[in-house]
Design a binder for this molecule. Structure first.
Ligand SMILES: Cc1ncc(COP(=O)(O)O)c(C=O)c1O
Length: 435
């Protein structure tokens, strides 16, 4: 694999004088993807997940695969494949012919097709999808848009994302709603235990459960469907934070049984940085107030949540190309590959002395994100060494009862990168022992 990457980079260097790097990369990805798909079509999901030739084509669609730094913090934010970058650049150039015409009049017409494409991917009606800038914006729209009275209760967890915890706390502080937070000790390999904890906390005053689909700190997949079934019995709504699930796990939003779903598109979907999506069940749209005001705040038109003012339509249009790219691979294959990559390194790391994982390796409980720690070292120390000496970018994670280094590969990650991670961890452990 290292050899292949070298060859690829060499090819780029040779081609540099006559062909732009972008063109060569584009040729590599577009020309090969159809052929690669045809070659693996008879294989099982598991076989495709381990087919390095297939994934090499995908890796070479990402300029990130040529980065001298090994990026293993794709849970934070992910790069786009070259076709997406090029689409954004193309639209940007078009906009700069004169944004008042090319952006507001022409490109603006591309929003409905993007909505339809997102809806197809999400398995929803287009009229239930609002396009926005990130998961924070999508989730805050619901958090601040719900009609709640003093004393109404919301149940979340200490392990939810800080931006949403802050939002709920601010509402509690300002309006006297009651924001209760459960605390889970991950990993948990028992869905019923999680559902029970939420159920125990429900009272007649509970209006909504806030559930993170994939816990960002350690990658635990929460049993959203089971939680929603339970909540429905109690007449309680569910808001799902799908920042790490959409574009990675193979599911359709209505299957979850939730009422609201907010996500980023710049994580596993690899859409341009600064893209997000909000889904609201059709009959609930009229009940949610927009975060940024609209002339018809109680309308049932989902577009009332898109009164964002002037923003980049080029970025928004780039979502199109990201979905095309995602669909060319397929959700099932993508989920299986990313889980394969996580298990590839994590199973090896677990054999090293003093290594502990904060994440279950069973498929139903995790996919791409995994937390790792080394006995006697802080996450900051491990992450610092990985970066300083080995040029591996990870995320030191210390939050509530969680302490680990978060590692998140993506579909462009190579096995060689993951071997380097494991070898680096091994060297760090050996060095610590000597000291
Ligand atoms: C679970 C979770 N929710 C929400 C967010 C916020 O995402 P964004 O940066 O797109 O607003 C993140 C970001 O990492 C996250 O991990």
């Amino acid at each position: 694999m290292a050899h292949n990457r070298r060859n690829f980079v060499k090819k780029l260097a040779v081609a540099g004088s006559t062909v732009s790097v972008n063109n060569l990369l584009e040729m590599t990805s577009v020309a090969d993807l159809t052929a690669a798909n045809r070659r693996v079509q008879h294989l099982s999901l598991r076989e495709v997940a381990a087919d390095e030739d297939y994934w090499r084509t995908i890796q070479q669609s990402y300029t990130a695969s040529t980065s001298p730094i090994i990026i293993l913090n794709n849970g934070g934010v992910s790069p786009s494949p070259l076709v997406v970058q090029q689409a954004v650049e193309r639209y940007n150039q078009m906009i700069n012919q004169g944004p008042s015409y090319y952006m507001w009049r022409l490109l603006d017409q591309g929003r409905e097709p993007v909505r339809e494409k997102l809806a197809l991917l999400a398995g929803t009606l287009p009229d239930e999808i609002a396009i926005n800038r990130n998961a924070t914006e999508a989730l805050n729209t619901v958090i601040y848009g719900l009609d709640l009275a003093k004393g109404d209760e919301i149940i979340g967890t200490l392990q939810d994302y800080p931006n949403v915890i802050q939002a709920w706390r601010q509402r509690a502080q300002r309006e006297g709603i009651v924001y209760k937070q459960l605390s889970f000790k991950f990993p948990i390999e028992n869905d019923e235990q999680i559902v029970r904890e939420y159920e125990k906390a429900i009272t007649p005053k509970t209006k909504l459960l806030h559930v993170t689909h994939v816990i960002n700190w350690v990658g635990q997949i929460m049993p959203v469907q089971k939680i929603c079934q339970m909540a429905r019995k109690h007449g309680v709504e569910v808001l799902v934070d799908g920042a790490h699930s959409f574009g990675l796990l193979d599911f359709k939003i209505p299957e979850l049984g939730c009422d609201y779903f907010g996500t980023s598109l710049h994580k596993f979907l690899s859409a341009p940085v600064g893209t997000g999506m909000l889904w609201i069940r059709k009959e609930k749209i009229a009940t949610i107030w927009p975060l940024l005001c609209n002339s018809q705040p109680k309308s049932n038109d989902i577009r009332k949540f898109e009164t964002l003012g002037t923003r980049s339509f080029a970025i928004e249009q780039g979502i199109n190309e990201a979905i095309n790219f995602h669909n060319a691979i397929g959700s099932k294959r993508k989920e299986e590959r990313v889980r394969y990559l996580k298990n590839y390194w994590a199973e090896k790391a677990l054999k090293l002395p003093g290594v502990r994982l904060s994440t279950s390796l069973k498929p139903q409980f995790s996919c791409g994100i995994c937390g790792v720690s080394i006995e006697g070292m802080t996450p900051g120390e491990v992450e610092g060494k990985l970066m300083a000496k080995y040029k591996i970018n990870t995320s030191p994670t210390v939050w509530e009862n969680i302490s680990c280094v978060r590692v998140t590969p993506h579909i462009y990650t190579t096995l060689a990168d993951l071997d380097k991670l494991v070898n680096s961890l091994s060297e760090i452990i050996a060095e610590k022992k000597k000291a």
